[in-house]
Every structure is written in C-alpha cells, then in structure tokens.
Design a protein around this ligand. Structure first.
Ligand code: FES
Length: 196
C-alpha cells in the first residue's frame, strides 16, 4: 500500500512536471510569433527613429534611450561643463573632430552637438564596444578630470563631448548619431535633414 502510494505520488509529480514543461514550451514558442506580428518591434529592429522627451532632464544629468539596439546618451551640460571642454583639449587625441565618420557635419564643432547644452552620443566605447560610465564630477578619475566618460574594460577616457583622450586604447571619439529636434524639449534620434 505504502509503495503504491509513493508510486502514485511519483506519477502525479511526473505528470505535473511534464505539463509544466509543456506549458513553458508553448509559451516559449509563442513569443517569437507575437514579436513578429508587432510592427513597432520590427520597425525598431530596422532602425526606426526614436523620440526622446528631454523636458525632465536636469542640468548635469544624463538619460539613455535605445536606438538600433544601442544605448544613446543625452547629457544636459551645465555652463561649467561646457567651459571644461576647452581646458581639456590638450589632452585629447582628436579635439577638433577631424575624423568625420564619428559625427554628422552639424555636430563637428567645439561642443559636438546641435545645441551646446545637449550632448547626444552613442554609448559604445570605440575600443572593443563596452559601455563607458558617466563620471561628471571634476577630478574623479584624475586631478585634471573635467568630467566625462570612463570605460571600465580597458581604461579609455572621453570628455563631456565624447572626445577620446590621448594614450588610451580607444582610437577615436565616441560617435554622435544623426538626430534632430522637433521642439525645444523633443529630440528625435535617427532623423535629420539627410535621413528623413
Ligand atoms: S572597450 Fe572600452 S577601453 Fe576597451
């Protein structure tokens, strides 16, 4: 009797486990179909533009939006941060953004941006693709640090315009994705005059 009871219990357990696996299996299989029916997921994968409301971004803060599967940072720079960009130039590899591939023409200026206050960058290190950390405080990484981005993987440093320092593994400035503004507080990543 007691053995039967154990076996019956095992059977119930096994049936329950099989049913659970079956349910998980169905759920797992169903997800890709749901995704493929969703036009916004398809459009996103193809690189559809992404709109960012920057009205809540305080001076000195960074927000991140996703575009084409990559993080895009928006930093609202303070006047002090903007002043630091000039001071740090002697330490930079490409302070004048001479590598044209790293930003659209409208961001090839001293701030690497359309509006001096707002920096828009692809948050992927130009060395081997890690995502650098936002370190806005002065002297945080070294005594001359004016704020910027530090890559923890191999120590590359970038200033608050995404310009790479000399003598680090990363060979070029962080990329500025093409973008535009539809109003003072609405930014669109993936659309500009040439990419509608
Ligand atoms: S991936 Fe950033 S320093 Fe190597």
């Amino acid at each position: 009797m007691s053995t039967d009871g154990v076996n019956a219990g095992r059977r119930r357990l096994l049936i329950g486990a099989t049913a659970a696996v079956g349910a998980v299996g169905v759920g797992y299989v169903a997800v890709p179909f749901v995704k493929s029916w969703n036009p916004s997921a398809r459009a996103k994968a193809a690189g559809a533009p992404v709109t960012a409301d920057i009205s809540q971004l305080e001076p000195g803060q960074k927000m991140t939006v996703e575009w084409r599967g990559k993080p895009v940072w928006v930093v609202r720079r303070t006047p002090e941060m903007l002043a630091g960009l000039k001071r740090i130039e002697p330490s930079l590899l490409d302070p004048a953004s001479e590598n044209e591939a790293q930003q659209p023409a409208y961001a090839r200026n001293e701030f690497r941006s359309i509006k001096a206050e707002y920096l828009v960058l692809t948050g992927i290190c130009t060395h081997l693709g890690c995502s650098p950390m936002f370190e806005p405080e002065k002297a945080k990484i070294e005594s001359t640090w004016e704020g910027g981005f530090f890559c923890p993987c191999h120590g590359s440093k970038f200033d608050l315009a995404g310009r790479v320092y000399k003598g680090v593994p990363a060979p070029k400035n962080l990329e500025v994705p093409f973008h535009s503004y539809t109003s003072d507080k609405v930014l669109v990543i993936g659309v500009d005059k040439e990419h509608a």
